[in-house]
Design a binder for this molecule. Sequence first.
Ligand SMILES: *Cc1c(COP(=O)(O)O)cnc(C)c1O
Length: 348
Amino acid sequence: MQIIKTNKSRLKEVNFSNLPFGTVFSDHMFICKYKDGKWVEPKIIPYGPIEMNPGAKVLHYGQSIFEGMKAFKNSNNELLLFRKDDNFIRLNKSAIRLSIPQIPKDIFMNGLEKLISLDNEWCKKDDGYSLYIRPFVYASEDGVKASTAQEFTFIIITSPSTRYYSGDINLLVEEKYTRAPQGGVGFAKAAGNYAASFYPTRQANKKGFQQVVWTDSIEHKYIEECGTMNIWFRIGDKLVTPQLSDSILDGITRKSVIALAKDMGIDVQEKKISVKELFEAYNDNKLTEVFGSGTAVGISPIRSITFRSDKMSFTNNNDSISSRLKSKLQSIQKGEDFDSHNWITKIN
Ligand SMILES: *Cc1c(COP(=O)(O)O)cnc(C)c1O
C-alpha cells in the first residue's frame, strides 16, 4: 500500500481540552477506489479535500454508507481497537442493501490498522479520550442516470474525541414521522437514514426535547430506537430492548450491552415493546431506568420520555444498571479489565 505522509502535522495545533465531537480530524486518511469491478489503489494520504464531479451519483441518489468505531489507549500508551470485525461485517451488510460492492477484508483491515497506527498520537491515553473512526463508502461515478454506480470510493478518516457529556436527554415519542420503514434501509448505516431524521428531530428540539423516540412506521405503537442510539429499559429486574428488525440498527454497543448484562447475571429480553406497555410498567413502578447505547456516546441515561401529554421521568445513580454497564464497558475498552469476549485488538 502506498503511504504518503503529511509534511506538516496539525497535531500541535489541536486543543485536546476542547474537542467538540467529530470536528477535528487526524493528519491522514485511507482511500481506495472501486473501478472495473475491483477495489484498487488503496493508499494513505494526508487528510484533505477529495475531488468529485458534480455529477457524482452520491450527490443525487444518496448511495452512501458508513461505520462508526473507536480505538482507545491503555495506560502503557498502546492503541486498542474495539470490535473491528463487527464493524467490518456490518459495513458489508450495509453495502449489500445499498447495492455497493463489498469491501475485501484485507483492504479494510490493512487500511484501518496502518492508518490508526500512523496517527496513533492523535489518541490520548488520559481518561475519556478515544479515537473515533469513520469508514464510509459512496458512489463516486460521474453520471445522473438513476441506477447503481459502477465506481465507488471507500475512505477512512479518524477524529480524536473526548467523552461527551450530552447533558440531560429528554425524549419525545414520535408519532408522525419515521426514521426507517419496514422493508427499507433502517438496519443499514445508510447516510440517507440520517437525512430523514433531521427534520423530525429539529421539530422535537423546538419543543425542548433533545431527541425523539422512533416508533414503528405502521402503527407508531412500538418502540424502535432513540435518536441515533439503541434504547434500553429496566423493567423490574429485567433489561428489555426492542428486538432487531429491518428498521432497527444492529448496534455493536447494543451487542456489547447484551453480553455484559448477561455476564452480570441480568436477564436480557429482546422483544417488541409498545409505548402503552412502558407507561403501564412505569405506573406500576416497575420501569425504573432508560438508557441509550451507541459508539459515539457510549451508554447514556435518559432523563424523561414524553408521549402526547404524559411524561415519565427517571433519575440515574452510580448503582443503576446503566452506570454499571458503562463503567464495565469503558474498562474493557481501555484495557483495564480482562477482555473475556475478545473484543480488543492491540495495534502496533
Ligand atoms: C450507529 C447507530 C447506532 C449505534 O450502533 P453502534 O454500533 O452501537 O455504534 C444505533 N442506531 C442507529 C440508527 C445508528 O446509526
